[in-house]
Design a protein around this ligand. Structure first.
Ligand code: PLP
Length: 421
């Protein structure tokens, strides 16, 4: 008799986006004439740029020609794209070899699958709040106990608590804490949902910790191209020693508008090692994992990626990023005018907004403020609590959207949101 993987039943967090959709549906059904402004989801809205389109079209044409048709490609990704990525990293002084790069169909799958490289009893640390995939993939893999609703955490996972005092980026533990030192640490910078970006010093502290304890950092840099401040690191490999202890996951989704096209990559350096592995072994394991479970990203998407990394492609993608960042500026200005506390949105496309006080003078819960924004201003955001217990008392505004929709949402908030004073 087939038995199901019991770990799926432990998952608690799947309700976030369906629950948002349910509340919006219910509100719309009761108010069919009201326009709804969606600032909840981190989905790109602006069209692909001319250079990228040229790359995609060129490959489509090539596939229609017997002499230039290609089927399955290199398991790690086409060499032309991996070489373009090596050149892209070189722009910021990071030296990689194409064999250290694994092209994928996006960072989400890599973020979910990478835990497969590590032992079942690894001590896993995840930022709180965090992009839910890191937690859920480890839950499904059986590395946690049950979800403790009161604590807002899964037994066995170590949470790196974010808060305003540490700028939403926790430092490594100074003592080993319960359960010994951390083995695998997920860090996301620029962060989804908080928009916080780690400084060089903060990342150096984590790299030093990882090297001291033989830990591996999984660094999610999906939003790296949104960093405007030249002092802030865009890749963990800008930090000394990182190639010995860090895997980096990145994506074309947000900076080139590839959320639907699908293309990303993972960097697994040859120098990376753990206590029980030789340098190079993790790279070989990921190669084995990908060639066993994955058959490569779409060749059309890969040609789009090569185009995105060309000089013109990067210039156009930077303009796309600038467009979304202007949205972020518009949203931030309006929210601050209303007296709300806003962080993020300067080097990331997300604004992290503290809930205002309710009628009893106490700060509203994440879902309460979500409902207030929906009912009074018809604006949909994401409740911070959906990203982990530390997100309670916050909501996330996404800067992805057409400018006119952002402007209309902001106007609606200005005119209709009735905050307690
Ligand atoms: N990592 C983070 C932090 C994200 O927010 C997202 C998407 O929202 C992803 C990864 C997934 O990106 P992709 O579209 O490359 O799968």
């Amino acid at each position: 008799m087939a038995k199901l993987n019991p770990n799926y039943r432990k998952l608690s967090a799947g309700y976030l986006f369906p629950e948002i959709a349910r509340r919006v549906r219910e509100y719309s059904a009761q108010h069919p004439d009201q326009a709804i402004y969606r600032l909840g989801i981190g989905n790109t809205t602006e069209p692909l740029t001319p250079t990228i389109l040229q790359g995609l079209h060129g490959r489509v044409t090539a596939l229609g020609n017997r002499d230039t048709y290609s089927g399955y490609g290199d398991e790690q990704g086409e060499l032309e794209l991996r070489e373009a990525l090596v050149a892209y990293y070189a722009q910021r002084g990071v030296t990689l070899d194409p064999s250290e790069i694994f092209v994928s169909d996006g960072a989400k799958a890599d973020a979910a699958n990478i835990q497969n490289l590590f032992a079942q009893d690894s001590v896993i640390a995840i930022q709180n709040p965090a992009y839910p995939v890191y937690v859920d993939s480890n839950v499904v893999a059986g590395r946690t106990g049950e979800y403790d609703a009161a604590a807002g955490a899964y037994a066995g996972l170590r949470l790196l608590e974010g808060n305003p005092e540490n700028g939403w980026f926790a430092a490594p533990p100074t003592s080993d804490g319960q359960g010994g030192p951390l083995d695998v640490v997920y860090l996301c910078s620029p962060n989804n949902p908080t928009g916080a970006v780690a400084t060089r010093e903060q990342l150096q502290a984590w790299v030093d910790y990882a090297r001291r304890h033989g830990a591996v950092i999984i660094f999610d840099a999906a939003y790296a191209e949104f960093i405007a401040d030249p002092e802030l690191p865009r890749s963990i490999y800008e930090i000394e020693g990182a190639s010995e202890c860090a895997i980096e996951l990145t994506s074309f989704s947000k900076f080139s508008g590839f959320t639907g096209v699908r293309l990303g990559w993972a960097v697994v350096p040859h120098a990376l090692r753990t206590e029980d592995s030789e340098p190079g072994e993790l790279n070989r394991m990921w190669n084995r994992r990908q060639s066993t479970f994955f058959n490569g990203a779409s060749n059309i998407a890969q040609s789009g990626g090569v185009a995105a990394l060309s000089e013109a492609g990067q210039r156009e993608s930077r303009a796309l990023v600038a467009y979304y960042m202007e949205n972020a500026r518009i949203i931030r200005a309006a929210l601050r005018e209303l007296g709300l506390e806003v962080t993020g949105g300067d080097n990331a496309p997300y604004l992290w907004v503290k809930t205002p006080s309710g009628p009893d003078g106490q700060p509203l819960g994440s879902w309460e403020f979500f409902d207030q924004l929906l009912h009074q201003a018809q604006v949909v955001v994401t409740p911070g609590a959906g990203f982990g217990s530390a997100g309670e008392g916050y909501v996330r505004f996404s800067a992805f959207g057409h400018r006119e929709n952002i402007a209309a949402a902001v106007q609606s908030i200005r005119e209709k949101l009735n905050l307690q004073r």
